[in-house]
Design a protein. Sequence first.
Length: 126
Amino acid sequence: MNKHILGAALIAGIAMGAGAAQAADATAGKDVFKQCMACHTAEQGKNKVGPSLFGVVGRPAASIDGFKYSKPMQEKAAGGLVWTPDNLKAYITAPKEVVPGGTMAFAGIKDAGKVDDLIAFLGEQK
């Protein structure tokens, strides 16, 4: 009997642990965003070398009026690229793989947790 209870508890613990992935932390993402601030802001209507990232989550790519996007980014936008969390994650991790020939000089953030935190922060900027 005790073996069955112990086994059930062990299985439940493993299942709960597997499903309890760490939630993204927008506060930590604000710190990660410091890496982006040389070229981007999170302020509405304030572009720098890169476009403002205010409201970027869910926004179609290359959609800020008056910002001069690279031709490769414009082509991706014409193909329907929208900055969903998954697309942002791919782009932030490896920009040149998502938009080959794009002008973003940043090599990317390889730490998936930091990328998730950054996207959580950007998701609050609206």
